[in-house]
Design a protein around this ligand. Structure first.
Ligand code: URA
Length: 191
């Protein structure tokens, strides 16, 4: 397992797949590297590629604002990153071999952050992390415990921008995540 600086260096120099040849910036991750929640998205979009930061475009701003409205702040409470660290052209879904090339970096990030809660944002992250048999509409909001992590999935914030009907279930999922987070914090205070 690499430490943060070494891991960053590997990612920033990575050309294991074609995405590495076309990026403006590698998008490593953001937030609290000791956060108890880790949000994992799919891959950077145009705004992320331009800035080098995850979830800063329209969908990202929606997510950030919604999380703030329930008391979760990027700086303090969570770490956020993606399955793929570089932008696929035209925002297409990453190919399996691109995910496979990048996932060891994500595993290393998880090992460093040591979150209690892992939240997959959207079907791509969910299928990659929780399994190909998971269906976002059917299985979002379900919790599984694996290797000491509490894991769940919810809609990708870009899906909320496209479909108003997903707003309420998305909000419910995020509130449930906050509740789990508060439970962990209370346990730590008590012990
Ligand atoms: N969508 C993602 O999945 N990740 C980002 O960083 C931005 C948009």
């Amino acid at each position: 397992m690499l430490r943060w600086k070494e891991l960053y260096e590997e990612c920033v120099n990575c050309h294991k797949c074609k995405l590495g040849d076309n990026r403006t910036n590698m998008v490593f991750g953001d937030g609290n590297p000791g956060g108890k929640i880790m949000f994992i998205g799919e891959a950077p979009g145009a705004d992320e590629d331009r800035t080098g930061l995850p979830f800063v475009g329209r969908a990202g701003q929606l997510l950030t604002r919604t999380l703030e409205s329930i008391g979760l702040y990027r700086k303090n409470d969570y770490y956020i990153c993606n399955i793929c660290k570089c932008r696929p052209e035209n925002n297409r879904t990453p190919y399996t071999q691109e995910e496979e090339a990048c996932i060891p970096y994500l595993r290393n990030q998880v090992a460093l952050v040591k979150p209690k809660i892992i939240v997959c944002l959207g079907a791509t992250a969910m299928n990659c992390i929780l399994g190909k048999d998971w269906r976002i509409t059917r299985d979002r909001g379900k919790w599984v415990e694996r290797k000491g992590f509490y894991m769940t999935a919810t809609f990708h914030p870009s899906a909320i921008l496209r479909d108003e009907n997903k707003k309420a279930p998305f909000w419910e999922d995020l509130k449930d995540i906050k509740k789990k987070y508060d439970d962990f914090r209370n346990q730590n205070v008590d012990s």
